[in-house]
Write a protein that binds this ligand. Sequence first.
Ligand SMILES: [Fe+2]
Length: 412
Amino acid sequence: MLNKTSFQSLSADELLEQFHLSRKYSTDLTLNLSAEDCQAQSMEDASPAKWHLAHVTWFYEVMVLKPFEANFTYWNSEFAFLFNSYYNGIGDKHPRSKRGLLTRPSLVEVLEWRKNIEDRVAKLIKEQFSTELLSLIELGINHEQQHQELLLTDIHHLFSNNSLFPAYAPQSHSISSSEKPFQWMKGVSGLVEAGFEGNGFHFDNEGPKHHALNQTHSIGNRLVSNAEWLQFIEDGGYQNFHWWLDAGWAWLEIEKISAPLYWNKDAQNQLLRFSLDGNLPLDMHAPVSNISYFEADAFSRWASQNLAGFAGARLPTEFEWEAFAKTNTEGSNDLFGKVWQWTSSNYNPYPGYQPWGGIAGEYNGKFMVNQMVLRGSSAYTPAGHSRVTYRNFFPTHARWQMTGLRLAKDGI
Ligand SMILES: [Fe+2]
């Protein structure tokens, strides 16, 4: 479950294998999709599958081939504009909200481009293997894997806009359910170590390792379930401003939010949840998913006063979560592989944080404002991205990602 692999010790052949595996997994994810499915963009936050396939290829072309390949030339220099996501250091870019309008290049051409870049990067690995090249390709692989999760969340959102409710791939990415009774566990308090240390791959935002101070607290042994969330709804939780942050209440009123994203009802009024498996009866024992930070925060305040056994409930800080996860590394207690878990921590740099050098410096650091940290990993997260120090982050209103919550409380 935990990624302890150090790419730094890989041989050229082993790196080549990891590289090809990660490339193949991206195209495998689109095998159940038509060219039309890969083209459409459902909203500004989401990108077309074709764009994801192209953008991760652009990353290798610009970050790896351009600086390392002798006599480098672009496959098509216009693509550097079309498929740049947010790297101002590289130049101008196509507007994010209009990615779905890029009917050219076709999916076929994007796949040809992918093959060309993959072959050229493979040649570099064979002929110019070095520590520096290995580090860049390690980043390229991790970057592509992050986009594999986004590709799934974006297809999920796209298909949810279709009243046919198409199933992407039954049972391939469902959130596993458990009937574990809720229990408060003693959190790790006092001065705790936080952040990544060691040789394995990690993003710059996971370090440096430092100390954080956790007050005495307790933390939930499992995630909040759909059954518990339904109680919140049935108690009028979405209609009572008392539970909501002011910005959250304003968001709820404008967006007319009254349930988690993807909840709906059939003609018999039975509750359903649309997932990549299709539109299925809501699993009451599964963790609630696709809620915003505003909703997670409001739920915790409501639960504190209304849900038996949950007095004092609040969201955990990211350091309470991390300290808890480090004592539960067997993957128990719903830490990984179900839903990302909102924390009450703002996405800030750790003390002593330094972004990576060069263009990759734009990867994380410039987003450290107006976002909240999520910990854990989801059912859509590729292998190797479940780490106790991994910091995901989204704005307070975002809920198209696989996001849920666990509760904490002050004291024991
Ligand atoms: Fe990216």
